[in-house]
Design a protein around this ligand. Structure first.
Ligand code: SPV
Ligand code: MN
Length: 624
């Protein structure tokens, strides 16, 4: 095998590979080179020359186009390839394994057979890029080495910005390395260099083999193997080993002479990145976290070191840190934005006038362009993104690469909820938080996934799309994790999307969340009191008022507070009914405690309703 591989990949690449003493790695690489049959193979050892080669290839191959600012490039995905393809993303499971209705699976034997047929000769005439990365900081209990095979220089380039170098980690760990494997092919591309055969788009995750396959797609969420695809492998591994893999940001909230680290889970396009990037705080990560119990303390790391962020709505006023990085020289890949005639990037919600023309995901674009259904084509796709290393941001937290992670002081769950939950609320304890904030999370669908937007969906821990074990078992793992801690972090919920009952207008400004985090930070240290309601602990007006003044220079009114923090009893009861129904029907391995805790909450709401009515002013609780 070794000699065959050597002849196939060339001496230089072979020399790089041979420094890694791992027969399983050689077998994997040999097998997929044989199957995919690329014309040439490039192995990267993370050297500056190798990194530059991949970057230059993206331009030569036309997968990216250079923009005016140095280091900026733009990439397009096909018009129908602009979000995660949930329908064709399946976990491959042997017949006897049942993950439940909420998780999309496919029979392992059939799936493997199908994907191997699709991959056969798929890289004929193309270059294969082999890169090594590490999920989590290197040289750490959290590290998971990964190897990515892809025929897309854009994918290899994106991963370079998003993940830590892994070549040395493979060399260091040698034959003992436990690693994840990824095979991606964009398939045949058209004149615009976008995948042509979207009907053959498949994303399969083989838990047993710890290998992910992705074909006939380019959108990052479907192709950047180390992101959400690896997440399924890590959730599976974590569930067996007693740690957690979560769809969470990690950030430092700067309190009075201290920094308290928070993790936060939000469904895609619901404010996770803008939270992680709050001005005045520091970012460790904006998308995926591993959490481990170390000597009774919950510690978290960012699995990544870059950001695949949503660009829609980023403007100089609300997002000064992103704005600055996006307009400075530095390596950034813009995807599915508008390229203006001046070769700059434009997007929905950006400052400045709409350019008169340009190129976007739909091809040549002008403001009056309509799609086949007569609908206006926006200048950028709502799920347009930018890929950047976190070190280009001024607010990078110094703990990003700390091998032992950061101590978690609080955990936040949030969704897109127009009518039920208050803007910020603390749970009574870990179990109440995991169940009523995490497991009961609902959110209205967004453009991050293909399909209809604005539909309220159940999304436990914002992690449903990525689960690789039954939902009930996953929730039990979360409950158990807290029980094993000496001092469990406080659990909160936030809702940035609450609307006025009468006018339908949003009740909060985009930056109000700055106040919610400062309040949570104070609560994590017991520095302020809170008001007990049937659904949790809410802030007191007198604690929020000075925070609004200090942080936003705003006069926060009692009227605003009352509207925001009123308990909406009918909506809360309806939510409990919806969630209970799911956990009694769709989820079949629901922990008993989950239904009990929801029932207790229902009873508290009914009791409060008896004395205070359907819509309860926070003052009513204080007087009790
Ligand atoms: C998300 O959709 O949650 C993302 C981007 O963070 S993706 O890579 O598509 O998952
Ligand atoms: Mn995400």
């Amino acid at each position: 095998m070794e000699n065959k591989l050597r002849a196939r990949i060339g001496e230089e690449s072979y020399q790089k590979l041979s420094k890694i003493n791992n027969p399983a790695l050689f077998d994997f690489i040999g097998k997929y080179i044989e199957l995919c049959n690329p014309a040439t193979v490039f192995v990267s050892n993370d050297s500056p020359e190798d990194v530059a080669y991949i970057r230059e290839t993206t331009l030569k191959a036309g997968e990216e186009k250079a923009l005016a600012i140095s280091g900026h490039t733009a990439h397009f995905d096909a018009a129908g390839d602009q979000g995660r393809d949930k329908e064709h993303t399946n976990i491959l499971v042997p017949k006897e394994v049942v993950l439940g209705e909420a998780i999309s699976t496919r029979d392992r034997d059939h799936g493997l057979q199908e994907i191997h047929e699709i991959l056969k000769d798929m890289m004929k005439g193309k270059e294969l890029f082999i890169s090594f990365f590490c999920l989590g900081p290197t040289n750490s209990e959290f590290s998971i080495p990964c190897v990515q095979l892809t025929d897309s220089s854009y994918v290899a380039h994106s991963e370079r910005l998003l993940y830590r170098d892994g070549y040395e980690e493979f060399v260091r760990q040698g034959a003992s390395a436990h690693f994840y494997k990824f095979v991606h092919s964009q398939g045949e591309v058209d004149a615009r260099k976008v995948s042509k055969h979207l009907d053959k788009r498949r994303i399969y995750i083989d838990l047993d083999g710890e290998i992910v396959f992705s074909t006939n797609t380019q959108y990052g969420g479907n192709t950047i193997g180390l992101k959400k695809l690896a997440m399924r492998l890590a959730i599976n591994q974590a569930s067996k080993e007693g740690w957690l893999t979560e769809h969470m940001l990690v950030m430092g909230i700067h309190g009075p002479n201290r920094v308290t680290y928070f993790t936060g889970a939000f469904p895609s396009l619901c404010g996770k990145t803008s939270t992680a990037m709050l001005d005045g705080e520091t970012i460790v990560g904006d998308d995926i976290a591993y959490l481990r119990n170390k000597n009774g303390v919950a510690r978290a790391v960012n699995v990544e070191k870059g950001m695949f962020g949503i660009i829609q709505g980023i403007n100089s006023k609300d997002d000064p840190l992103q704005w600055k990085a996006l307009h400075n020289p530095g390596e950034i890949i813009f995807s599915n934005v508008l390229i203006t005639p001046e070769k700059s990037a434009h997007w929905i919600g950006r400052d400045g006038n709409l350019p008169p023309k340009g190129e976007n995901f739909s091809g040549e674009w002008t403001p009056d362009k309509k799609d086949a259904k007569g609908k206006a084509v926006p200048c950028s796709h709502p799920n347009a993104r930018f890929t950047i290393s976190l070190d280009l941001f001024d607010n990078l937290d110094p703990a990003l690469h700390d091998p032992s992670g950061v101590e978690v002081g609080g955990i936040v769950y949030g969704g897109r909820d127009s009518d039920t939950c208050v803007p910020v609320e603390e749970s009574f304890d870990w179990t109440h938080g995991i169940i009523t904030k995490g497991a009961a999370l609902e959110s209205e669908t967004t453009a991050a996934t293909l399909g209809q937007e604005g539909v309220r969906e159940f999304n436990p821990m914002s992690n449903l799309d990525f689960l690789s074990l039954p939902v009930g078992a996953y929730i039990q793992k979360n409950l158990d994790f807290g029980k094993g801690l000496k001092k469990a972090p406080k659990i909160f919920s936030v809702n940035y999307f609450l609307r006025d009952r009468e006018t339908g207008k949003f009740l909060n400004e985009k930056n109000d969340k700055k106040v919610w985090y400062k309040w949570m930070e104070l609560r994590a240290h017991h520095d302020v009191d809170a008001i007990k309601t049937p659904t949790g602990l809410i802030p007191k007006y007198e604690d929020l008022k000075p925070l609004f003044k200090q942080i936003l220079n705003m006069d926060y009114t009692v009227a605003a507070y009352k509207k925001q923090f009123m308990t909406r009893v009918p909506e809360n009861l309806a939510k409990i009914d919806r969630i209970k129904k799911i956990y009694e029907t769709i989820v079949t391995d629901t922990p008993k405690i989950l239904l009990e805790v929801l029932e207790e909450q229902r009873q508290r709401l009914l009791k409060a309703k008896e004395t205070c009515g359907d819509y309860i002013d926070p003052e009513a609780y204080e007087q009790n």
